[in-house]
Ligand binder design. Structure first.
Ligand SMILES: C[S@@+](CC[C@H](N)C(=O)[O-])C[C@H]1O[C@@H](n2cnc3c(N)ncnc32)[C@H](O)[C@@H]1O
Length: 285
């Protein structure tokens, strides 16, 4: 039997083992992923506090459907905990589906005392734009989480007092964004959607602000962060590059494919506003 024909039933033991692995990793994520060496002294977070946070991140991914692993969210927490409190800026999530990632981001925002702005259509993915190689017409409306559903999930599992929800297509809502941003988390699937997020929000990102994406495994998609023509055209600068392009950052996950459905959502990729991914050596010049 070819690997692609492995059935869900046959995968069940692997899934159970994967669940055990994830649960067993919680202390390691708390100790090493959120290592206190990288946490700014402004935050008085004890090991117990980190353990509690990571446990809640893990628990929420079991209660609410989400495309993001708790380890990826812990990686986001680590970056937010490294930013001094004196650096102003909200956290922005673009693409929340039913609010699993939002609930976890809201808990992280509570820890670092920042607001979370959540942009989504709350109607699922938009119709495919011409030239978008990742979008599919038949997938329009997928990942639909109604605003009320997202809010209920955040109320039950996160901290809704940290959140502001902004509804609409990115092309309509993001141009009106005005707040400084400490960190952006974009899980938006289509190229056109990522384009809207970067073009509209990058100017608001702090000089050392972080930009995370979920679709790290698609090289063409990651290519936006390496594209010299894109960054020249929209920001008159070189590309920032993307840590984790193609493989994700090392959050202790693993790849179990190729299967036709995901056993395990895995890692994440990121860049920072002051990073540079620009090749400038040419022996002929
Ligand atoms: C894969 S889901 C997000 C999953 C979520 N981050 C999680 O981990 O559970 C993608 C989300 O992006 C939203 N989205 C994508 N493109 C959009 C656009 N152009 N305008 C508004 N929302 C968009 C969809 O509505 C959907 O909720």
């Amino acid at each position: 039997m070819a690997l692609g024909e492995v059935t869900k039933k046959q995968l069940r033991p692997i899934r159970s083992f994967a669940e055990l692995y994830h649960m067993g990793s919680i202390p390691f994520v708390a100790i090493f992923g959120l290592n206190k060496r990288y946490i700014h002294s402004d935050y008085k977070v004890t090991l117990w506090g980190r353990f509690r946070l990571v446990t809640r991140l893990w628990r929420n991914t079991r209660h609410i459907a989400t495309g993001t692993s708790y380890k990826a969210q812990a990686a986001i927490a680590a970056k937010l905990l490294s930013i001094p409190k004196s650096t102003q800026g909200v956290v922005v999530e673009c693409g929340c589906w039913v609010g699993g990632s939002t609930a976890n981001l809201s808990l992280i925002c509570k820890l670092v005392d920042r607001q979370l702005i959540v942009y989504d259509s709350y109607e699922g993915l938009p119709v495919a734009e011409k030239g978008d190689r990742h979008a599919k017409d038949e997938a329009a409306g997928m990942f639909c989480g109604a605003l009320e559903t997202v809010q209920a999930n955040v109320r039950n599992y996160g901290d809704i007092s940290r959140c502001e929800f902004r509804k609409g297509w990115f092309s309509a809502t993001l141009p009106h964004h005005s707040e400084k941003i400490a960190l952006i988390c974009a899980d938006v699937d289509w190229q056109a959607s990522l384009h809207d997020v970067v073009v509209n929000l990058w100017p608001h990102l702090n000089p050392q602000g972080y930009f995370f994406i979920d679709e790290y495994m698609y090289l063409d998609y990651c290519g936006l962060f390496w594209s010299e023509s894109f960054w020249k055209k929209y920001f008159d600068c070189g590309p920032p590059g993307l840590m984790g392009s193609g493989v994700g950052v090392g959050v202790g996950q693993y790849y179990l494919g190729p299967f036709d459905w995901k056993v395990d959502p895995t890692s994440i990729a990121y860049t920072r506003k002051d990073f540079s991914g620009h090749w400038n050596y040419d022996p002929q010049t």
